[in-house]
Design a protein. Structure first.
Length: 318
C-alpha cells in the first residue's frame, strides 16, 4: 500500500523539488516576519537545518526551508536562493546559542533582529548546576568507598569471631527520607533541572537534604531561579539589561568555573539575549516542529528514503 501511494497516488515523481530534495527543500512563499531557525537529525546522525514560520504554529505553511548540514556557508547559500526583497521582510529570527546558526541568520536575513531563545539560555545554567551536582556525587561515592574499605579492614583486623560479629556488616547511612546520600545524589538530577514550583513532596524532601549537605548547590540553584525570574518579568530591554548585569555580578561572586564559562557565553551574546525582551519571542515553535519530525520519523521506523520523507514533510507542512 505504501509503495502504491508513493509510486501512483502521491504525485511524488512530479514533485518540483525531487532533484535536490536530499540536499534541501525550499518554499519561499511561506516566509513571514517572525521566523525560527533550528536543527534536527534524520538518520545516521545526518543533521538538517530547519527554517519555519512562527505564524503557522507548526501547521501547513510552517516549513520554509530544510537544508542538509549546519555549516553556515552551505545553509546560507540555499537560503539566499530566496529573492533578496523577500528576505528583507523578515523582522525577527529566534535561534539557540549556536554561533553557526546565528551567522546563518545574519548572512541570509540582514534586516532581521536576532534573538537567542530564553529556554536555551536557561538550559545552559541548568547544565552548569548539574556539573556541580555530578562533582559532589563523585565526592560522595569516594567517601562511601573509603568507608567500606575502612570497615573491611576493621573486620579483617578483628582477632575473634565475636569481635567480627560485634563490628557487623557494613550498612550505608540513611538520610531522613530513607535514602542513602549516593541515591539522593543520583536522583536529584531532575530536581535541579526544573523549577521548584514543579517539585512533588518526595522531591522537596530530597532537595532539603541535598541543599543541607551541599550549600553551594542551593546557591547555584537560587541563581537559576533568579535568572528565570528575570525572563518571566515583563521588563523593557533597558531594565532587563540592568537586572542581568546584577545577576552577572552574583554569578561572578559565586566563583564556580562552570558558571564563569556560562557567564562568558552570556556576555558574548548579550545583545541577542536582551533582544528577547523586545517582543518576548522564543524558539518554542521550532522545538515543537522538531518534535513532530521526530514523531514522524518514529512512525516510519526511521528514514530509509530521504527524498520521500522530505516529500511527505513538504506535503504536510509546506
Amino acid at each position: 500500500m505504501r509503495k502504491q501511494y508513493k509510486e501512483k497516488i502521491s504525485g511524488y515523481h512530479n514533485w518540483d523539488q525531487l532533484d535536490h530534495a536530499e540536499e534541501y527543500i525550499l518554499y519561499p512563499h511561506n516566509l513571514g516576519a517572525d521566523m525560527s531557525l533550528d536543527e534536527t537529525c534524520l538518520s545516521n546522525g545526518d543533521a538538517y537545518t530547519i527554517l519555519t514560520n512562527k505564524a503557522a504554529h507548526g501547521r501547513q505553511g510552517a516549513l520554509v526551508a530544510m537544508v542538509r548540514g549546519v555549516a553556515s556557508d552551505v545553509v546560507s547559500a540555499v537560503l539566499k536562493k530566496i529573492p533578496f526583497s523577500m528576505r528583507l521582510k523578515v523582522k525577527t529570527i529566534t535561534t539557540d546559542l549556536s554561533s553557526a546558526m546565528m551567522l546563518t541568520a545574519r548572512n541570509a536575513f540582514p534586516a532581521a533582529s536576532l534573538i537567542n531563545d530564553r529556554f536555551h539560555v536557561q538550559q545552559l545554567i541548568s547544565e552548569a548546576i548539574d556539573q556541580l551536582r555530578i562533582r559532589h556525587r563523585w565526592e560522595v561515592l569516594e567517601a562511601e568507598n573509603k568507608a567500606i574499605r575502612e570497615h573491611r579492614a576493621k573486620r579483617k583486623d578483628a582477632k575473634t569471631k565475636e569481635e567480627r560479629e560485634l563490628i557487623g556488616k557494613w550498612e550505608p547511612e540513611r538520610m531522613s527520607n530513607g535514602e542513602t546520600l549516593p541515591q539522593i545524589m543520583a536522583r536529584s538530577r531532575h530536581i535541579i533541572l526544573k523549577h521548584k514550583s514543579n517539585w512533588n513532596e518526595q522531591q522537596c524532601s530530597r532537595a532539603k537534604i541535598l541543599f543541607d549537605k551541599f550549600p553551594d548547590l542551593e546557591t547555584a540553584y537560587n541563581l537559576f531561579l533568579k535568572l528565570v525570574e528575570i525572563f518571566n518579568k515583563r521588563s523593557i530591554p533597558a531594565v532587563a539589561r540592568l537586572n542581568l548585569a546584577k545577576w552577572y555580578n552574583e554569578v561572578e561572586a559565586f566563583g564556580d568555573n562552570h558558571f564563569n564559562k556560562v557567564l562568558e557565553t552570556f556576555e558574548n551574546h548579550n545583545t541577542t539575549i536582551i533582544n528577547y525582551f523586545e517582543q518576548r519571542l522564543t524558539n518554542a515553535s521550532a522545538e515543537s516542529f522538531n518534535a513532530k519530525i521526530k514523531a514522524f520519523r518514529t512512525q516510519f521506523r526511521g528514514v530509509g528514503d530521504i527524498k520521500f520523507f522530505m516529500f511527505r514533510l513538504a506535503t504536510l507542512y509546506a
